[in-house]
Write a protein that binds this ligand. Structure first.
Ligand code: PXP
Length: 254
């Protein structure tokens, strides 16, 4: 049964990867993603997300260490299912780990994880992370097969990939956008009915966030690229504050 009322406060995780992208464009230390994380906290973020990619194209190992040392907000550590990343996660024991697919040639995380095909390996992979006290989340497409597999391997959380919905919106493919949104809505309810906590993210903007924030089962949105871009024009605090406002407006009872 889909929930009719929000199941709780909707949290905002601010992804700071692209502060590091700008820093790395020139090398050096500027702008510092850890400073962005502190400002995000002041602006009302509930958590910080950072993706340590295999090629270290944005966030670095040192960024993760500094976030763990200095951040008071929970860190959601995004990583591929590789032994190297598992060892890093087990060393730091962040509040949350989100397992994402990763291809070197992609510009961003293009699709969800293929959990159904890799079920046994993934079950083994996440077990030590769970045992270390990390909340394990799996980034997947809105697809019942993947949700069921994520449930079977013992993940606590799924994060639904909203990229296809956001792309269809941006490109004016409105029927596809609405169909994607419907799929996200149904799969949020389905995942919740299995006992999974539901998160969502990728590509969300001021224009697309409210439709997803309105799903009562969704408990957390992770948003990065748009917020860091918007911060160039209005500053990070107002950019985040406006996102929070839109999320809360969408969540308010009609
Ligand atoms: N959630 C996950 C699992 C991601 O991999 C990303 C991108 O790193 C995001 C959310 C945030 O996406 P965006 O930067 O497009 O807001």
């Amino acid at each position: 049964m889909p929930a009719t009322q929000p199941l709780g406060k909707l949290r905002l995780g601010v992804n700071i990867d692209h502060v590091a992208t700008v820093r790395n464009a020139r090398g050096g230390a500027y702008p510092d993603p850890i400073r962005a994380a502190r400002i995000a906290e002041e602006a009302g973020a509930d958590g910080i997300t950072a993706h340590l990619r295999e090629d270290r194209r944005h966030i670095s190992d040192d960024d993760i260490a500094r976030l763990m040392d200095t951040l008071s907000l929970p860190l959601n550590f995004e990583m591929a299912a590789t032994p190297e990343m598992q060892a890093i996660a087990l060393r730091h024991k962040p509040h949350a780990v989100c397992i994402v697919p990763e291809k070197r040639e992609e510009r961003t995380t293009e699709g969800g994880l293929e959990v159904a095909r890799e079920e046994n390996q993934l079950a083994h992979f996440i077990a030590p992370l769970r045992d270390a006290g990390c909340r394990v989340s799996i980034f997947i497409a809105a697809d019942s097969r993947q949700i069921e597999a994520a449930h079977r391997i013992g993940a606590a959380v799924i994060e639904l990939h909203t990229g296809a919905y956001c792309d269809a919106h941006a490109e004016g493919r409105l029927e596809e956008r609405d169909a994607e949104l419907e799929r996200l809505r149904e799969m949020s309810a389905y995942a919740h009915s299995l006992g999974l906590e539901v998160h969502a993210g990728h590509g969300l903007t001021y224009d697309t966030v409210q439709s997803v924030a309105a799903f009562p089962e969704v408990m957390e949105l992770n948003i990065g690229h748009f917020l860091i871009g918007e911060a160039i024009f209005r500053g990070l605090v107002p950019a985040i504050a406006e996102m929070r406002r839109l999320m809360e407006e969408a969540r308010a009872p009609a």
